[in-house]
Design a protein around this ligand. Structure first.
Ligand SMILES: [Zn+2]
Length: 362
C-alpha cells in the first residue's frame, strides 16, 4: 500500500516545468512479432509529443496492474497525464472496485486519458455497440433508461479520446475526437494491378479465411498473406495458410517490422483485402495501404475500416467475388488526411490542460 498523498490540497495543480506523461504498453513492448495497431499508434504519438517537449515514458501492463503503485508514482513524479490501455484495471469493476482503492488512486484517475483504441469495454466481441437509449442523438433529456456505457465509467473523471464521433461515444461527458495518422509512411503509389492480392487474415473465422483462400487461388489470383496474430483467429489462419503456401499459390509475409519493412508487405500488390467482422476504430493496415497507393476491400459493417474501402460486400464470399472480378481495376480511396504532428499537438494540449476537475464522482 502506498502512502497518502502529501501535496496540500491548495497547491497549484500545474507546476512549472516540462509536462510529464505515462503511456501504458503491452508487456511484449515493441518487438516486431507482436507489433500491431496499438504499438504503431503509441510509438508515433509518443515520438510526436516528445518533440513538443513532453517527457513521455512507457510502462508495461504488468506495472499498470498495481494501481496503488502506479498512483504513488504519478503523485511522486508529478505526472500530468496517464494513458492506460483500455484493458487497464482502472476501468474494471465500477463503484465497488473504486471504493477499495488506495488514497492516491483518485489523483491517478484525475490524470487518466483513455484512448478508445478498441471497444472491448463496450462490446466484448468487438462488434458495433448498440445505440444508447439515454444518450442517443436528440435525447437531450435523460429518459431514465439504462445507459449502455454505464459500466465503463462514462461520468469521469477520466478524459476520453475517441477516434471518430459516433453515437456510442456520446455517453461520455468529457470526450475529445482525435484520429490517428499514417504519415509515418511516405505517400507513394506502389500498386501493381497485376500483382498479388494482399490478404490479411485473423479478423474473421478460420472457416471464412478458408473461403478467401479457396476462392482467390481457385480463380488463379496470386495471394500474399499477412496475419493479425494477436487474435486466436489470426494464429489459426496462419496454420490454415501453410499448405497453400507450400504449393506456391500463396506467399506468406509472416513477421515484419512496419517501420522498416513496409515495402516487403505492400509493394507490388493489386489491392489490400481485410475481411473484418470487428468494429475497427481506425485500422492501420488499411490506412497504410492507402498511403502506399493500394485500394482496400472489406466488409460492410466494420467501423472506420469501411471508410477506407473501394470495394465492399456484405459477406466474405461476395467480397471475394468482387475482388476476383474487379480487384485489379479498383482505385484507392482518399488518403487519411491527419498527420502525426497535428495528432501530437492535440495530445500535448490534453496533457497540458489544467486539471481543474476535483477528484469526485468516482
Ligand atoms: Zn449512454
Amino acid at each position: 500500500m502506498s502512502e497518502p498523498m502529501t501535496i496540500p490540497p491548495d497547491a497549484p495543480l500545474d507546476p512549472p516545468g516540462p509536462r510529464r506523461a505515462l503511456f501504458e504498453i503491452y508487456d511484449e513492448g515493441f518487438t516486431c512479432d507482436t507489433w500491431g495497431g496499438v504499438e504503431t499508434a503509441l510509438w508515433h504519438l509518443v515520438e510526436g509529443v516528445r518533440e513538443l517537449g513532453v517527457e513521455a515514458e512507457f510502462y508495461p501492463c504488468a506495472q499498470g496492474a498495481d494501481l496503488d503503485a502506479l498512483a504513488e508514482r504519478v503523485v511522486r513524479e508529478r505526472v500530468d497525464a496517464v494513458f492506460p490501455l483500455v484493458e487497464s484495471p482502472l476501468f474494471d469493476g465500477g463503484e465497488d472496485a473504486v471504493a477499495d482503492e488506495g488514497p492516491d488512486v483518485p489523483e491517478l484517475r484525475r490524470r487518466v486519458v483513455r484512448i478508445w483504441h478498441d471497444l472491448s469495454r463496450l462490446s466484448p466481441d468487438l462488434s458495433t455497440p448498440p445505440p444508447c437509449p439515454v444518450h442517443a442523438l436528440g435525447a437531450t433529456v435523460p429518459s431514465g433508461g439504462h445507459c449502455t456505457a454505464a459500466d465503463a465509467f462514462p461520468d469521469g473523471p477520466t478524459r476520453e479520446v475517441f477516434l471518430r464521433d459516433l453515437p456510442w461515444t456520446r455517453c461520455f461527458g468529457s470526450r475529445t475526437y482525435i484520429p490517428w495518422a499514417v504519415d509515418h509512411l511516405p505517400p507513394q503509389d506502389l500498386r501493381d494491378p497485376s500483382g498479388p492480392v494482399l490478404l490479411q487474415l485473423g479478423k474473421t473465422s478460420v472457416d471464412q479465411a478458408r473461403v478467401c483462400l479457396d476462392r482467390l487461388t481457385g480463380a488463379g489470383v496470386p495471394v500474399r498473406a499477412i496475419f493479425a496474430t494477436w487474435s486466436k483467429e489470426g494464429r489459426d489462419a496462419r496454420e490454415l495458410v501453410a499448405p497453400y503456401a507450400a504449393s506456391d499459390a500463396v506467399e506468406v509475409v509472416d513477421s515484419y517490422d512496419i517501420r522498416t519493412e513496409w515495402k516487403r508487405v505492400y509493394a507490388g500488390a493489386r489491392l489490400f483485402v481485410l475481411p473484418s467482422v470487428f468494429h475497427e476504430t481506425f485500422n492501420f493496415a488499411a490506412a497504410e495501404a492507402l498511403q502506399l497507393g493500394l485500394p482496400v476491400a472489406t466488409l460492410d459493417d466494420c467501423g472506420a475500416l469501411a471508410g477506407f474501402a473501394s470495394l465492399r460486400a456484405a459477406t466474405v464470399a461476395e467480397l471475394m467475388d468482387a475482388v476476383v472480378a474487379r480487384g485489379g481495376a479498383a482505385r484507392p480511396a482518399q488518403r487519411p488526411w491527419t498527420g502525426w504532428r497535428e495528432v501530437a499537438h492535440r495530445y500535448a494540449s490534453l496533457i497540458a490542460a489544467p486539471r481543474h476537475a476535483p477528484a469526485t464522482g468516482v
